[in-house]
Design a protein around this ligand. Structure first.
Ligand code: GLN
Length: 562
């Protein structure tokens, strides 16, 4: 196994994840098989308990792992199916060491950060990098490891030490260290400043790691003398100073690296020059350039709770992007804080209220994404009602599907007390209820997580046509509540069709509304499996419906061709 370690210096938020996945893309384009590991030095065991407000979305894997959103980047860029173990956290490492300690595995010894924690990190990296994640058999050729945080952080120290030891044990031909840093331009003089990078390289070297490459983030391309300075002071050959300056969209980053011959230098470092071929990035080039030249856009109203930080819905945003590009459109996402749509807000913040409604009315379609807790639920219900009554294309994801069920129960069936027991435990009409897969009494670990099969009940539904599969769909889940099976019969009489159910037939997975151009609710999260060049079926359906192209699309794909 060959390792490419990507570290970050100076400041966080440099786009280390995009840089690391782009390096993976370039290596993959040279014919190598690539896997990836993301290290998050925080103490949480996984991202499942972290707030999207603070940390961005929680990404969900096939195996139900709730992981850092960077793993989504790796899956999308490299077209992988990662496992929960591909995300290492301090919490996971300490947990495994402490479990061993309790079992008596270290009997008689003092358990310490070095060597016990560092050994656990090395073992974890070595065993996880060998898991095939690209659908082929056997381990990949290269494992890209991204170390979260900034070099010098107290919490990343054990990882740095473990990686130093790993480097030493696998040898220089099998290890390549790329340090992502910032080259800012200061003041009136406009000079590109190398000092922050020099300092962070010095910090890294003090910890025993010398970078083979620098990947410098800058607004404008690096000047020749800036490169020379960096090379001289940071002890990195000029050819290994890569520059990732600002680009119109992130798909340009692999192209930028290729244009600087980064692949050749990395392959040389890893002694892989003879096995790899020249990079084929045709598809990436077309996609990056097509996107830059798109002129028409489609307005999509995103009615959610966490609209302040767009990373909270990162995969939804990416899935919309993939779908829009497939339709030669630029997505124009109109963020609407669900609570602004509520009557209450008309009194308290009238301006925000009227602006929210104006934005909703000006959009070509409505998307209500997943979420937890009752904030904004009333506003989401209003948005779903608006879309249903005005025949505006609607996609409800997870919470968004539950919202549809509450709305239709209240408006059509006249059940004023219809609600989810998540928001009102004693709801007179509990139309969405807690339905754990395991124990009903045990509260911990009760989320339904990861890939589950949904059986389509009929081929005559828009979902089957969009997925080009009349039988089933496999998508990832992350929820606790579900449509109450007891009210399904009555809901179906109101025009709702539960066209997708789980294998037991008890869990409603997909709903569609008759006599509506596109009204779909799904209990799963289709956004996690969307890929550039392979958009998620329902997102594509939403965008096609928003632009009046759905019928033509379905007709032209009737014979099963994609
Ligand atoms: N809060 C809802 C549930 O737990 C929806 C979850 C979601 O949208 N991911 O079922």
């Amino acid at each position: 196994m060959k390792y490419v370690l990507v570290t970050g210096g100076v400041v966080s938020g440099l786009g280390k994840g995009v840089t690391a996945s782009s390096i993976g893309v370039v290596l993959k384009a040279c014919g190598l098989r690539v896997t990836s590991i993301k290290i998050d030095p925080y103490l949480n065991t996984d991202a499942g308990t972290m707030s999207p407000f603070e940390h961005g979305e929680v990404f969900v894997l096939d195996d139900g792992g709730e992981v850092d959103l960077d793993l989504g980047n790796y899956e999308r860029f490299l077209d992988l199916r990662l496992t929960r173990d591909n995300n290492i956290t301090t919490g996971k490492i300490y947990q495994s060491v402490l479990e061993k300690e309790r079992k008596g595995d270290y009997l008689g010894k003092t358990v310490q950060v070095v060597p016990h924690i560092t050994d656990a990190i090395k073992d974890w990296i070595e065993s996880v990098s060998a898991i095939p994640v690209d659908g082929k058999e056997g381990p990949a050729d290269v494992c890209v490891i991204e170390l979260g945080g900034t070099v010098g952080d107290i919490e990343s120290m054990p990882f740095i030490e473990a990686l130093r030891q790993l480097f030493f044990s696998v040898g220089p031909d099998n290890f390549c260290l790329i340090h992502v840093s910032l080259v800012p331009v200061l003041g009136v003089v406009g000079e590109q400043k190398t000092k922050p990078t020099q300092h962070s390289v010095r910090e890294l070297r003090a910890l025993g790691l010398t970078p083979h490459f620098l990947a410098c983030r800058s607004a404008q391309p690096l000047l020749e003398n800036t490169k020379q300075k960096l090379s001289q002071f940071c002890h990195v050959p000029g050819a290994n100073i890569l520059n990732i300056h600002d680009v119109p969209n992130i798909w340009h980053v692999p192209l930028l690296l290729r244009n600087q011959n980064a692949h050749e230098a990395i392959l040389k470092q890893l002694a892989l020059l003879r096995v790899a071929g020249p990079p084929n990035l045709q598809e990436w080039t077309t996609r990056a350039e097509t996107f830059d030249n798109l002129t028409n856009s489609v307005k999509i109203a995103m009615v959610g709770k966490y609209v302040g930080l767009t990373d909270s819905y990162l995969s939804v945003v990416k899935a919309l992007l993939h779908a829009c590009i497939a339709c030669s459109l630029k997505p124009s996402i109109e963020w609407i804080a669900a609570s602004d749509l509520e009557d209450e807000s008309a009194k308290l913040t009238p301006e925000a209220h009227s602006k929210a409604w104006e934005t909703l009315r000006g959009s070509a379609c409505v998307l209500v994404p997943g979420g937890f807790g009752d904030r904004g639920v009333t506003g989401m219900i209003l948005a779903a009602k608006y879309a249903r009554e005005n025949k505006i294309p609607y996609l409800g994801i997870c919470l968004g599907m539950q919202i549809s069920v509450i709305e239709i129960s209240r408006s059509i069936l006249g059940w004023k007390g219809a609600n989810s027991t998540e928001f009102d435990e004693d709801a007179p009409n509990p139309v969405v209820i807690f339905m754990p897969e395991g124990s009903r009494t045990h509260m911990g670990n009760t989320m339904r997580l990861g890939s589950r099969r949904t059986l389509l009940q009929t081929a005559d539904c828009i979902t089957a046509k969009l997925y080009h599969n009349p039988e089933y769909v496999d998508e990832r889940h992350r929820h606790r509540y579900e449509v109450n099976p007891k009210v399904v019969g009555e809901l179906e009489q109101s025009g709702l069709r539960f066209v997708g159910r789980d294998e037991s037939g008890e869990r409603m997975e997909i709903l569609e509304l008759s006599n509506h151009p596109f009204y779909v609710g799904v209990q799963f999260h289709p956004e996690y499996k969307s890929r550039p060049g392979r958009p998620s079926a329902l997102f594509l359906g939403l965008v096609l419906a928003a632009t009046g192209q759905l019928e033509a699309y379905v007709k032209s794909h009737q014979n099963g061709s994609i």
